[in-house]
Design a protein around this ligand. Structure first.
Ligand code: ACO
Length: 467
């Protein structure tokens, strides 16, 4: 039976026949009528039944482009890495539910899964772990960079600069360059040194000597040791903290075409090297509407506590369209139901605080805020639920990680996803540079006036003409 999507009066209509399921290829065609002329476009379908109208030939055949600010309806690629059903609150990496991976797997296994497509065999995991371990040092010349950073520099600015500078110290130009390191080495270096860079940034900010990475310790234990050991006291890693951190990293490891991952793909599509593409992703992640929200959530909870705001007052502020205040850690472009990651992190947070016998008043405020928001008509109507950033900062706080480093922790978790997407994009045939179009709304062609004939519209000229 044909499906009709009603279109406004612009004489554009779409008809399609029922599609059969597929893995991203065309399953039927869509008839699109523009100004009385009919065009046929392929309807494609993904392995989970997601449908898309393939408009790649739209401009050539109709002269029109699609218009979709914020890319709310635009699929920019076919991907086999992560599946999200935002309406049902489902998240899977390479087909495995996040709940299984978060409770049964390890961050390095998940990183391998995302980048290579399947869970590793024992020997593959051993080799991968060894690669991560042997690429954990940063070039000693980079220490000059760390020595020059002011103590109050934001760790995301330091991280993104340091990651880009990896391409200064290591040969990292794109395939075809004889001197370039292999993709595997670049990926291992990124996964490994992000811990070293993050910990060095922290140590420098507090004026402590750097602690170097170790061999034969887990990914998270190595990081915690670099963060919290000092020459006078060896940090003893709590296995519960190590496990909690590993789970948080797994939960952040990928989230399909979000703002930072799309940035990595777009920048990488110019065929710039992996380090620079990931640096661009780091910059995109830093923003408060994306990964920067985890820092903002804690700052918001802290403000609520310090100013003695009631939950009711806080929700009223968030609903007030005249006020820029938003409930940070709430809402998501894709999830219109519970973000499964938020529920897992909340539970882990509860466990960790109990284990460490910490009573965190900000956790209590977060619980109250969530409870009230989920009962509030404004949030119900707009399907606004807590996202991954709402509780993650509370775990980092319990571990002792400073607030301005929360987005760095997000980046550490997201690294495998960015690498996997960069690789998938480069392996895609045919390869296309990313280049959106626009609808131009500026001046039509006009004559160039010589400088002496241009009209002055300065404030001064208005006063002069008035006097
Ligand atoms: N507090 C109050 N109102 C909100 C919030 C919020 N946190 N989020 C969305 N809304 C409202 C909007 O004002 C809008 O209301 P309207 O329909 O009356 O205009 C409606 O809900 C829809 O929101 P949009 O901003 O249009 O949704 P969009 O998909 O464009 O944005 C975003 C999603 C950026 C995440 C948004 O919900 C937000 O700003 N949240 C707070 C920041 C945050 O937590 N970011 C982290 C997201 S998760 C991640 O990136 C890892």
């Amino acid at each position: 039976m044909p499906t009709r999507i009603n279109q406004p009066e612009t004489a554009m209509s779409i008809d399609s026949a029922d599609p059969a399921s597929s893995d991203g290829g065309p399953v039927s065609t869509i008839d699109l009528t523009i100004e009385g002329k009919q065009h046929s476009l392929p309807l494609i379908e993904g392995s989970e039944g997601e449908k898309a109208i393939d408009i790649s030939a739209l401009r050539n055949t109709t002269g029109c482009i699609s218009f979709d600010p914020g890319y709310q309806n635009t699929g920019c690629c076919k991907s086999a890495i992560t599946f999200i059903d935002g309406e049902k609150g489902i998240l899977r990496y390479r087909g495995y539910p996040i709940e299984d991976l978060g409770t049964k797997s390890t961050f390095l296994e998940v990183a391998y899964l995302l980048i290579h497509g399947d869970l590793p065999m024992q020997n593959e995991l051993k080799k991968f772990t060894l690669e991560i371990e042997s690429n954990s040092l940063i070039h000693e010349n980079m220490l000059q960079f760390f020595n020059s950073i002011p103590p109050n520099a934001h760790p995301m600015a330091v991280l993104s600069s340091a990651v880009n500078s990896l391409s200064i110290h290591y040969p990292a130009f794109f395939a075809g360059d004889q001197d370039a390191e292999t993709f595997e080495v670049m990926a291992a270096r990124l996964l490994s040194t992000i811990r070293t860079i993050a910990a060095f940034t922290y140590k420098k900010s507090i004026g402590h000597p750097l602690v170097y990475p170790q061999a034969n310790v887990s990914y998270c234990a190595n990081f915690l040791n670099m963060m919290f050991s000092t020459p006078i006291k060896q940090h003893v890693v709590d296995p519960d903290v190590e496990r909690a951190l590993d789970m948080v990293l797994i939960i952040h490891a990928d989230h399909e075409q979000n703002c930072s991952t799309s940035t990595v793909r777009l920048v990488g599509s110019s065929k710039v090297n992996l380090y620079s593409s990931i640096c661009a992703g780091l910059c995109a992640l830093w923003g408060p509407l994306h990964g920067g929200a985890n820092q903002q959530v804690i700052e918001m909870l802290d403000q609520i506590k310090k100013q003695g705001l009631t939950i009711k007052e806080c929700l009223a502020l968030a609903k007030d369209k005249e006020n820029p205040f938003k409930l940070m850690g709430f809402g998501h472009r894709v999830y219109k139901n519970f973000d499964p990651r938020a529920a897992m992190i909340k539970e882990m947070c509860r466990k960790l605080l109990k284990k460490k016998e910490i009573s965190d008043p900000l956790f209590d405020i977060a619980l109250e805020l969530e409870d009230a928001a989920l009962k509030d008509e404004y949030f119900i109507e707009r399907k606004l639920y807590p996202n991954v950033d709402f509780y993650s900062g509370l775990i980092y706080r319990a571990i002792g990680i400073p607030t301005n480093m929360f987005t760095v922790m997000f980046a550490m978790g997201r690294m495998p996803g960015w690498i996997a997407h960069w690789k998938e994009m480069h392996d895609t045939v045919p390869f296309k540079i990313g280049r959106p179009r626009q609808i131009y709304i500026g001046e039509k062609e006009r004559k160039y006036p010589p400088l002496s004939k241009r009209k002055q519209f300065s404030i001064m000229s208005i006063f002069q003409s008035a006097s």
